[in-house]
Unconditional design. Structure first.
Length: 177
């Protein structure tokens, strides 16, 4: 099972190397950074990190859909440039998707900050997924490529494209967290 990690980026020089490296370390078979017109060193740093870089119009939905069109994996993993998976994230995806009834999901969020209110946010996000079946983009959405294609990709909206996609997804299956 091949995993294609897709990272939309605009002026993410401060974190793109970590995001790409994290995707490789988590077991991605290919990493695509879809640049939406960065004016900083995002593209150069992504290339240096061995990512395939695509150029796109700006807009997370547009960028992620372009990445999905070019991806070769059986599974699409959508990462934000400021998100990182645990090193065993790819293995977790592969193990979950052995069950053919599982079509996709996301990960529990751990915010890298010590304040207690972030623990509330993390818990609320996990609760939202388990109760409502809504995984947001900062939880590393993954799904089988054929399911993403069947759903028509991310809706072309400026905000909350992840929520709209997952609303369509949950009509097919409950996402795994």
């Amino acid at each position: 099972m091949q995993i294609s990690a897709i990272i939309p980026a605009v002026n993410e020089a401060g974190g793109i190397e970590r995001a790409v490296q994290g995707a490789w370390e988590a077991g991605a078979d290919e990493v695509l950074v879809v640049d939406g017109g960065s004016s900083d060193a995002t593209v150069e740093l992504a290339l240096r990190s061995r990512a395939q870089v695509l150029s796109s119009a700006r807009g997370r939905a547009i960028q992620q859909n372009l990445g999905a069109q070019h991806a070769t994996g059986d599974v699409l993993l959508f990462l934000h440039a400021d998100n990182w998976l645990d090193p065993d994230g790819g293995q977790q995806i592969r193990e979950m998707l052995v069950d053919q009834s599982i079509l996709g999901g996301g990960f529990c969020q751990a915010i890298d900050a010590p304040q207690y209110w972030y623990r509330w946010i993390e818990g609320g996000n996990a609760w939202r997924v388990r109760l409502r079946g809504l995984v947001y983009g900062d939880q590393a959405i993954f799904m089988r490529t054929e399911v993403f294609q069947k759903l028509g990709g991310f809706p072309q909206v400026k905000l909350m494209e992840d929520l709209l996609l997952m609303r369509k997804f949950r009509r097919l299956a409950k996402p795994i967290l």
